[in-house]
Design a protein around this ligand. Sequence first.
Ligand SMILES: [Mn+2]
Length: 297
Amino acid sequence: MIKIKIAIIADIHGNSVALKEILKDAKNNNVDEIVYLGDLVNDFPFGNETLELVKNSSSKVLRGNKEQYLIEYDEAKYEWDNIQFRNTKFMYNELSKENLEYIKTLPKSIKVEYEGVKILFAHGSPDSVEVQIHQDDRDLINKYTKDLDADALIFGHTHDKMWKEVVNNKLVINAGCAGVSPYYIGGAEYVLLDINGNDINVDLKVVNYDIEELRNKIKECGILDEDKVFMSLTFCGIDGHGKERYSFFREAKSRMLERNGKWYRDDAKGIFQYFKLFDDDIWLDLAEKYKEYFSFN
Ligand SMILES: [Mn+2]
């Protein structure tokens, strides 16, 4: 009988410090293979380092919306000068040519069969890197499981705390978030799947990593010369200030709505319609308001 152990890692977002700890833990658990569910790079600036770890540990790697943004930026080279956009531009400029070409090769979903057990892996939903499947969205979960030609559907993207359940006789797992999970202080989520014949054991794992190491790496890499606000907000997501980060974006969005009647730019194209690019004065004004929670001022 086949027995295979798989580690599933979603949403690293350039946090190579977190990924290294996950890979250590996965090795200690004797995993046979690793599947990456996309959003490998952005919002932390360690894209190349992350991609080297990813490429060296797996050939089952998906594209997320963050990879999609970089690919579209490579094609269109939008001339946006919003301060907030500098983070994406920094990542684009930092990414090696080889890694840029690599992310273009990544599929949006894959189906893998482990001796009769079929699993569909996706970033957001089986048909989109942008769709978010939250556990309380029963219609959506029903839609994606009722005719599913697989035994399990596993995805990430929402950054919700990991969850699993059986719906329409299919195993459904949200693999949580490795790099920017707001539910811990320096905690990285990943899933261990133990397939033993038709029996699947699911272990939702959280490993700790050193947020000070990450903070120091950020100070050294040059991103703060471009913008401290986005980096601080991202850091709020992992150092216990997730609520403040959420309030910042909610407030920015409502100020944009008040000013423009919409919260994205008129010239936002393609997938960037979903990218919250706020006006600089709103961005900087809120940065002042929230600065006591910021790591980088
Ligand atoms: Mn995503």
